[in-house]
Design a protein. Structure first.
Length: 203
């Protein structure tokens, strides 16, 4: 029966301590990044809402278009794409570009060595995934027959603060944010792999 010396036990204990320290450091770094990502996302939410409001107002003033009007029918089905979906798409493109630049220069600074456009492509694809989530959530909140529809008594569109479209947009962005963060961390802004090159010194 083998025995473990005091030195070996100390070595194992030190390795476990270093492992826990590294795990804690990674967790703390991820939490810090999520906070920074949230701050950037918060500013992007303001940009998104501002563009949504501007799109809605411009369409109303220029062509008397309501966010509830049908933009196009989905292949002859009973489902339609409405103008609020279009307003959200425009706002998404503007806010996505805003968020990408801030995350590239702040949240994930130093993580990616890609060019601006090569980094933007996966960020945009990630954003589209989150955008689809937000579209589904917003549609459910806007649809009066949905089980999670916003109350028409409270959100009766009588004022800006009671406009259903604005609240549906804000809530859908918040719901999609964690998905956006996780995929961006693992893909768009992943750390470059460190390559270890061994060199032999001639004897």
């Amino acid at each position: 029966m083998s025995t473990i010396s005091r030195r070996e036990r100390g070595s194992v204990s030190s390795e476990e301590t270093r492992g826990r320290s590294r795990s804690y450091a990674r967790l703390r770094s991820t939490a810090r990044q999520f906070l920074m990502f949230g701050l950037v996302g918060g500013s992007g939410t303001l940009v998104n809402l501002a563009v949504s409001v501007l799109s809605k107002k411009t369409a109303g003033w220029a062509a008397d278009i309501s966010e509830y009007d049908v933009f196009m029918n989905l292949l002859g089905t009973d489902y339609n794409i409405r103008w609020f979906n279009v307003f959200m798409a425009i706002a998404f493109l503007v806010a996505n570009t805003w968020n990408y630049q801030l995350n590239r220069s702040w949240t994930f600074r130093g993580y990616s060595q890609r060019s601006w456009w090569r980094g933007f492509f996966p960020f945009l694809l990630t954003g589209i995934g989150a955008f689809l989530v937000s579209q589904i959530v917003a549609t459910l909140l806007m649809n009066p027959s949905s089980p999670i529809a916003l109350s028409p008594e409270l959100f009766d569109d009588s004022t800006g603060l009671r406009t259903k479209f604005y609240w549906a947009t804000a809530i859908s962005i918040i719901v999609a944010m964690p998905v956006n963060f996780i995929v961006n961390k693992l893909w768009a802004f992943r750390k470059p792999k460190v390559r270890i090159v061994k060199t032999e010194v001639p004897g």
